[in-house]
Design a protein around this ligand. Structure first.
Ligand SMILES: [Zn+2]
Length: 454
């Protein structure tokens, strides 16, 4: 039997020609003594490749199966396969995970990179430097210590306004109106007809003066902030394309218009629709809590959370669809199972409500089965809900974990790069000052030291 000696990166392997000839289309399969890798003196073939991975490549010729160890990056495996001219499809199914994992990782990294570069960048050539500085101060909490402080102040105002928003609805934090509504007979009649406690609170009481002052201060603060934020923005067209900025603007409109409506309570009595509009606007004002997502600019963990949810849209949709199907099935089943018990489940929509509440393991207890069939279906419904909810959530959590750990690595790399940059900058300034010292007549002052490009 003709044996072949292979020198792979200094490590010797020995096999037979018959083994290598099993796959003739590959690089090893087509070796002859005339190949350029052949060394006639030592009577062996030399390849300058990774000897560790070659172990697994050679096993492919011996056993016909291509396996790889877990701890080797798929990218380097791919390079080796390309070099040895072996097709990717030959990788055994059990090793696909380790082989393809790097592709997933690359996708995650690409997404992180894409999301951590801002859509709007301050134009360096902007004529007015103060405007750019102001923009950075308002938009980039990580640009300076002052900007970071301002962001915290901003969030404090958000928190404050949200707390007053909640408290203002409690009778304890409301005071009787000092000036009673000046209404004509017809409207007064309408007001007297209202017996809803919650609605009457609007007509008969005002916010506590302290809450009123805090609230209005917050509103003015938010308005001014948005105003300056917008007018210092280098690319105004893109400004409202950022979701949080658009939300800010809409909420400010809501806040000011609901304030205006509060000053004209008689409009509510004249037209019920105005009251509905007011209620809707007031309800949405709590969305200002979303401003906390501004923290994402400062703390990448928050952005990673948003990113993970965004990436898991497919899974979320899957959850929604399967949940909908299951709840419809159980709604139909419970409706007919409880046919002979007339005390509950009047229609399938009501049964649907019961199915959703049961599947989410919430169980308000406003509707419940009373017959043996109903019990069985109720039990199945609850079990089904647990299983359905648990599985996609695991995927979303895994996605979050992936993004989170990759982001940590990214930040570490960025720190290293920044260090390198600072070192370079120091060297440049040193060289620059040396040159300045060498000049026969040094300039009086150096003003544009900031403009040195790194
Ligand atoms: Zn395997």
């Amino acid at each position: 039997m003709e044996t072949v000696k292979l020198n792979i990166g200094g490590k010797f392997y020995e096999t037979t020609m018959k083994t290598l000839n099993r796959y003739q289309h590959t690089r090893l399969g087509s070796l002859t003594t005339r190949s350029e890798e052949y060394n006639p003196e030592k009577q062996c073939f030399f390849f300058d490749r990774n000897p560790e991975i070659f172990n697994w490549i050679l096993d492919y010729y011996r056993t016909g199966q291509l396996h790889f160890p877990d701890n080797v990056c798929g990218a380097s495996l791919r390079q080796e396969l390309q070099f040895w001219n072996i097709e990717e499809e030959e990788v055994s199914e059990c090793c696909w995970k380790s082989y393809y994992q790097y592709q997933d990782e690359m996708e995650v990294i690409a997404k992180l990179k894409e999301n951590f570069t801002s859509t709007i960048t301050a134009d360096e050539t902007a004529s007015n430097r103060t405007v750019v500085r102001m923009w950075l101060f308002l938009d980039r909490p990580d640009s300076s210590r002052a900007a970071k402080m301002f962001n915290h102040v901003y969030l404090f105002f958000v928190l404050l306004s949200s707390v007053t928003y909640c408290l203002a609805s409690h009778p304890m934090f409301r005071v009787d109106k000092e000036i009673l509504l000046d209404l004509d007979v017809q409207l007064q009649g309408r007001l007297d007809e209202i017996n809803n406690k919650k609605i009457l609170l609007f007509y008969n009481t005002d916010e506590h003066p302290a809450i009123y002052i805090i609230n209005k201060t917050c509103m003015c603060f938010f308005t001014l902030e948005l105003f300056f934020h917008f007018f210092t923005c280098p690319k105004k067209k893109k400004f409202f394309k950022e979701l949080l900025n658009a939300l800010d603007a809409v909420l400010l409109v809501f806040m000011w218009s609901s304030l205006m409506l509060e000053l004209h309570l008689e409009w509510f009595l004249q037209d019920d629709r105005v009251f509905v509009v007011y209620i809707v606007m007031r309800a949405f004002v709590i969305l200002r809590m979303f401003r906390f997502f501004r923290l994402a600019k400062q703390y990448s963990g928050m952005k990673v959370l948003l990113l993970a949810i965004g990436t898991s849209m497919k899974e979320l949709l899957l959850l929604l669809v399967s949940f909908l199907i299951a709840s419809l099935v159980f709604a139909g089943l419970i409706f007919y199972a409880e046919m002979y018990d007339t005390s509950d489940y009047d229609s399938i929509p009501i049964s649907l409500w019961w199915a959703v509440v049961t599947m989410t393991t919430l169980g308000y207890g406003d509707h419940y089965p009373r017959t043996p069939f109903g019990y069985v279906i109720g039990a199945c419904c609850a079990m089904c809900g647990i299983l359905l909810l648990a599985m996609p959530i695991a995927i979303i959590a895994a996605n979050f974990g992936d993004f989170y750990s990759r982001n940590k690595d990214r930040e570490r790399q960025q720190k290293l790069k920044l260090k390198k940059k600072m070192k370079k900058l120091k060297l440049i300034t040193k060289a620059f000052s040396r040159k300045v010292a060498d000049l026969p007549k040094p300039p009086d002052r150096i003003t544009d030291i900031e403009t040195i490009k790194i």
